[in-house]
Ligand binder design. Structure first.
Ligand SMILES: [Ca+2]
Length: 224
């Protein structure tokens, strides 16, 4: 884990609990198949998710296994499109319950840390703290509908605004998937950090009111 990732982890006090649960993980190397697709996979412990607003005690492992991923993969196809998948510990409900205490959105998302030396500040957060991902792909539930969103945070590095796109997604039992067309991310480094995460937005999106529901302690390295 890089130091920048540790700082990101510690951005929320709830995330401290995740650090203690990082005992079992493995990261498989990226593999290429005959179609030219390259896939990187990560696994994550079962039962290390937490549901900070469900009971008020901030520690409820297993309370929401549909927020806890047990593995994820990122595939770059030969045409440059990306396919993302996250496998949850239990099927995602058709209408997931929002936690108590005013959680407004649940996100299942994958980050692309395209440059380990940069930490864009801004959307979907609001404060001045920078975060590692230059790009994010999210499957979102706002209590009424699911949607798929790609967030290009690279313009934030030069004083611009993040660019938000709609992207295809699917939820099939325990599998959450999304697709990212090459033209939405463009040419990027051949090797970069990535990882799956889940978020609970207590504040509105574009605030600092967000907590990890599950955290990929190690992340992956695509095409190392
Ligand atoms: Ca970065």
């Amino acid at each position: 884990m890089t130091r920048s990732t540790i700082r990101w982890t510690l951005a929320g006090c709830v995330a401290l609990a995740a650090l203690g649960a990082a005992a079992m993980f493995c990261v498989a190397p990226a593999t290429a198949d005959e179609t030219g697709s390259v896939t990187s996979t990560v696994t994550d412990p079962v039962g290390d998710s937490y549901f900070p607003f469900s009971t008020g005690d901030n520690q409820s492992p297993h309370a929401a296994p549909f927020l806890g991923f047990v593995g994820a993969r990122l595939t770059r196809k030969a045409n440059g499109d990306f396919e993302m998948q996250m496998e949850m510990a239990s099927p995602v409900p058709a209408e997931p319950p929002l936690p108590q205490n005013g959680v407004k959105e649940i996100w299942w998302f994958w980050i692309f840390d395209l440059d380990p030396a940069t930490r864009p500040s801004g959307y979907p957060w609001k404060g001045a703290n920078g975060r590692p991902p230059e790009f994010m792909v999210c499957v979102r539930w706002d209590g009424a509908a699911f949607s798929g969103t790609a967030i290009d945070r690279r313009p934030l590095l030069t004083g611009g605004e993040a660019i938000v796109h709609s992207v295809p997604f699917s939820i099939d039992g325990t599998k959450v998937r999304a697709c990212l067309a090459h033209e939405l991310i463009g040419d990027i480094p051949a090797s970069f950090g990535w990882g799956p995460f889940t978020f609970l937005w207590k504040g509105p999106v574009e605030s600092e009111g967000v907590h990890f529901a599950d955290y990929c302690e190690t992340g992956g390295v695509f095409n190392p």
